[in-house]
Design a protein around this ligand. Structure first.
Ligand code: PXG
Ligand code: PLP
Length: 444
């Protein structure tokens, strides 16, 4: 047990093994949240905290929105659970229909999961099974990208490219390879929006096709904008080129839109923002505004139809979760889509992007800032690491911002911001201004 100045508190914190957290350090000096509304959290002792990261990239409509709260309350009383295998409930179908209406054209089938990680596993399995159903059963290889984040399950960390998330867990999935990442500080530092240089990084897929042969490759999975790894934007033309190479070789393209989905970039999905439509698309987070766990995979019609050719009384896809299409999640998601529609939130990031961009790029020249990246309502500020202590510089900024009532997120030495899409200009001033003050003080 960790020591703690308050023995009663230490005891109460002991049992919870926290995810992606320095447990011993946290329990020495816990950061607790007790309440949330709109753009803010409140701590148990009543301190107000500006939410600069939409919870964890998920509370896109802001906290405790009435339609979502009511939908969950009503659903809990009306029907708490319904089995999703061989049974249905109306909201699951209504939600799928509503989701398809805002999805990229042609992505008109929805498979439910409970998280981004489960969405990724589902999409990878769909890709392999699709090729098998078409008689190309040798297409089993999965291609990810260096620095990619696709959740924490075995498929996701195998195609993922974040070393710390992989190295503790053995040999992972067989038959996985990676294209190179797109980060190029030397050529692209301080780009406003998508960087100019690096479309040719997509050609790295041709290298893997030459090595493995296209006939062995099922799918390529990438985040249109890589979030978790530190906000890496696709160079101009990069995603189009990836699409072309996939088409040339019969490889499925999977966009992992767990972060970019539901308005983060200023369009409902990144595929629409960049004008590139994938074959499969994974989502989670903003689908239910973070209020009840939920995820989904969108598939193009022809992929779905490929599965629908066996005897009609047989299951077509041997996959699904106990909590797929959970009634509370479906109710929350319907309330979320209503809120997005009523307030124009799926395109609001486009309207706020320039103000956010200007605020972020004003940080150029402040101590330790080596890059600023932005798109829609996502910002990344990369700091020069402290020699011998990677990640510490940014984490110290995070701690100081918390003391000053602003919640940001760090990954390595990059600060990430992804505020709720309801953010106003004054909140942007406070969010970015606080980071600026902390950076200035850090040099003093
Ligand atoms: N794919 C992508 C692109 C993600 O960003 C997942 C899959 C996994 O989703 P779940 O719901 O299983 O966590 C994610 C999740 C961060 C951070 O700080 C990002 C995520 C999760 C936790 C922290 O950047 N993204
Ligand atoms: N483990 C056991 C023993 C189970 O019975 C089940 C589901 O029935 C699972 C795991 C999978 O759980 P879930 O469907 O919630 O992913």
């Amino acid at each position: 047990m960790t020591t703690n100045p308050d023995p009663k508190l230490a005891q109460s914190l002991d049992a919870y093994w926290m995810p992606f957290t320095a447990n011993r350090q946290f329990k020495q000096a816990p950061r607790m949240l007790a309440r949330a509304e709109g753009m803010h959290f409140w701590t148990p002792d009543g301190r107000k905290i500006l939410d600069g990261i939409a919870g964890l990239w998920c509370v896109n409509a802001g906290h405790a929105r009435p339609r979502i709260v009511q939908a969950i309350q009503q659903q809990a009383a009306e029907m708490d659970f319904a089995p999703p295998f061989n049974m249905g409930h109306p909201k699951a179908f209504e939600l799928a229909q509503r989701l398809v209406e805002i999805a990229p054209t042609g992505m008109n089938k929805v498979f439910y999961t409970n998280s981004g990680s489960e969405s990724v596993e589902t999409a990878l399995k769909m890709a392999i099974a699709y090729h098998r159903a078409r008689g190309e059963g040798a297409r089993t290889r999965l291609i990810g990208r260096e620095r990619g984040y696709h959740g924490v399950n075995f498929g996701g960390i195998s195609v993922g490219g974040i070393v710390a998330n992989r190295k503790m867990f053995g040999t992972l999935l067989a038959g996985v390879d990676h294209i190179r990442h797109t980060h190029d500080l030397a050529r692209n530092a301080f780009s406003r929006g998508v960087p100019e240089y690096g479309a040719e990084f997509a050609d790295d897929l041709e290298r893997l096709v030459a090595l493995h042969d296209a006939s062995t490759i099922a799918a390529v999975i990438v985040e249109p904008v890589a979030g978790s790894t530190g906000v890496l934007l696709p160079p101009k033309g990069y995603l189009q080129r990836l699409r072309e190479i996939c088409d040339r070789h019969g490889i499925l393209l999977i966009f992992d839109e767990v972060i970019t989905g539901f308005g983060r970039l200023g369009s409902p999905f990144a595929g629409q923002h960049f004008g590139v439509t994938p074959d499969l698309m994974t989502v989670a987070k903003g689908i239910s505004n973070g209020a009840v766990p939920m995820g989904a995979v969108f598939a193009r019609q022809h992929i779905h139809d490929t599965f629908m050719n066996g005897p009609e009384h047989l299951i077509e896809f041997f996959h699904g979760y106990t909590y797929s299409a959970h009634p509370l999640a479906c109710a929350a998601a319907l309330g979320t889509l209503d809120t997005y529609a009523e307030e124009g939130l799926l395109t609001r990031a486009a309207a706020m992007a320039t103000y956010f961009e200007d605020a972020l790029h004003a940080l150029e020249g402040l101590p330790h800032v080596i890059d600023v990246r932005n798109i829609g309502l996502v910002g990344g500020i990369e700091l020069a690491p402290i020699a011998g202590s990677p990640g510490k510089r940014a984490f110290d900024v995070f701690l100081e911002c918390w003391e000053r009532g602003v919640l940001i997120r760090t990954t390595g030495d990059t600060i990430a911001m992804s505020p709720p899409l309801i953010i106003e200009k004054a909140h942007i001033d406070e969010l970015v201004g606080t980071v600026a003050d902390v950076l200035r003080k850090s040099a003093a």
